[in-house]
Design a protein around this ligand. Structure first.
Ligand code: PMP
Length: 290
């Protein structure tokens, strides 16, 4: 089937979906993006994703050509055009075409791109077996340099972490911040469980994950105590359970970190309970596509 890509109000088939080589999104990573999933004919947490996208755009003084409502409609239209009910959706707002200088004032008009594809469970059989994580030497961009809550097109920091994890044989990287606290994974947030309590780093050290927020809601619902606090290596190595959360990854249990077996080496009971509850939530809530 032809895949249709939305670019600035028109649909193009995949081969003809192109943007300018002078787009500052390409030249400088100047832009913002989102990763959204649709389940069972509904887009999960659409408002939250579009809010985060537009907050990021505002923070970098990027004016989108679409209102938030128009963006939501364009996302739904892209799914309909591609006849998708279950999908991974990638909206992108780039600074647009400029010259080879950095100055964004040279970019007359920003661009919107929306890609929607079929993408099943990211970690395959590892949801049953558990993921192997490795801590990496590269530090999370300090939020003083680039606020971690802007989901910007500049993902080189995360890619460096992924490269290091690949080299060390890990399924996912654990990135620390410049102060030595656990920040997050290369594309997901992290949670540690010890003695029936869940711990997760403050959002100042990572992307304010929408899946993370869903987990916080679920913990509230199931009365599982959750604490936001700084975490270090010791907390990871001695945890009963560890898991990561993200739109693409969903909830991924981690059963080995830097060679240390976590708990009994299998996804633990609280993680499993949250995985089940999250699946249920994604299948029963969201904005209808059709
Ligand atoms: N951290 C990073 C660096 C990410 O790229 C992502 C994925 N968007 C997340 C965390 C998880 O965020 P969300 O749950 O909103 O997908």
């Amino acid at each position: 089937m032809t895949e249709y890509i939305y670019i600035d109000g028109r649909f193009y088939d995949k081969e003809n979906a192109r943007i300018s080589v002078f787009d500052h999104g390409l030249l400088y990573g100047d832009g913002v993006f989102e990763g959204i999933r649709a389940y069972n004919g509904r887009v999960f947490k659409l408002d939250e994703h579009v809010d985060r996208l537009y907050d990021g755009a505002k923070a970098i003084m990027l004016t989108p050509t679409l209102s938030k409502d128009e963006m939501k409609q364009a996302i739904l239209e892209t799914l309909r055009k591609n006849e998708l009910k279950d999908a991974y959706i990638r909206p992108i707002i780039t600074r647009g075409m400029g010259d080879l200088g950095l100055d964004p004032r040279k970019c007359a008009k920003s661009s919107v791109i929306i890609i929607a594809v079929t993408w099943g469970a990211m970690y395959g059989d590892l949801y049953e077996k558990g993921l192997t994580a490795v801590s990496v030497s590269v530090r999370r961009n300090a939020s003083e340099a680039l606020p971690t809550n802007i989901k910007s097109l500049n993902y080189l920091n995360n890619i460096l972490a992924k490269i290091e994890a690949n080299e060390k044989g890990g399924d996912e990287a654990i990135i620390f911040d410049v102060r030595g606290n656990v920040a997050e994974g290369s594309g997901d947030n992290i949670f540690v469980i010890k003695g029936g309590k869940i711990y997760t780093p403050f959002i100042q050290q990572n992307l304010n994950g929408i899946t993370r927020a869903s987990v916080l809601e679920l913990c509230d619902k199931y009365r599982i105590p959750l604490v936001e606090q700084n975490l270090g290596y010791f907390d990871l190595y001695t945890a009963d359970e560890v898991f990561v959360t993200g739109t693409a990854a969903e909830i991924g249990p981690i059963t080995k970190i830097d060679g240390r077996i976590i708990g009994d080496g299998k996804p633990g009971p609280i993680t499993r309970k949250l995985m089940k509850a999250y699946t249920e939530l994604t299948k029963t809530t969201g904005t209808p596509i059709y």
